[in-house]
Design a binder for this molecule. Structure first.
Ligand SMILES: [Zn+2]
Ligand SMILES: [Zn+2]
Length: 157
């Protein structure tokens, strides 16, 4: 069983708080792109075979600044909401169509794997042109020195 899955076999009816944690690699995220594990904290509500999951996923991305090329850690957090029903309770074609909606899933009564949902949410939070800080000075176009450290001595254009 995936470590980022809710164990439905032992889940009681009603509300339960569930915390999950898994390494980036286990989430099918590139291990170099992330510092530390992916964590989830969820309120899970089970009513019969219906399961509602609400909470958030958090992780720290390791990004490269587009200006100075330095690596920096970028904390990411995203709300996650998933509704799941037992597979086989409806027609299969309907279930497949519904699963294309991000927040509707079907479970087998044993586990509800949240890896794909969490991964997608985290990736959506990543900036297109990451900067180590808002006012990053970048690299000198002549000598390549990191201008955040100080002026490099090249004549200013
Ligand atoms: Zn930078
Ligand atoms: Zn320079």
């Amino acid at each position: 069983m995936s470590r980022f899955a809710i164990d439905l076999g032992s889940l009681r009816q009603g509300r339960t708080l569930v915390e999950l944690e898994a390494a980036a690699q286990e989430m099918d995220l590139p291990p170099d792109g992330w510092a530390g594990p992916v964590r989830g904290a969820f309120e899970v509500e089970k009513t019969g075979e219906k399961v509602t999951v609400r909470g958030s996923v958090a992780a720290t991305a390791r990004l490269e600044c587009v200006r100075c090329l330095a690596e920096f850690d970028f904390p990411v957090q995203a709300p996650l909401e998933v509704f799941a029903e037992r597979a086989g309770s409806g027609r299969q074609r309907d279930e497949e169509a519904l699963e294309r909606d991000d927040y509707m899933k079907f479970h087998d009564g044993r586990q509800l794997d949240l890896r794909a949902n969490a991964r997608e949410l985290l990736l959506l939070e990543l900036p297109m042109g990451p900067r180590c800080r808002e006012d990053c000075r970048g690299l000198c176009p002549r000598c390549g020195a990191d201008l955040n450290v100080g002026p490099c001595g090249c004549p200013r254009a």
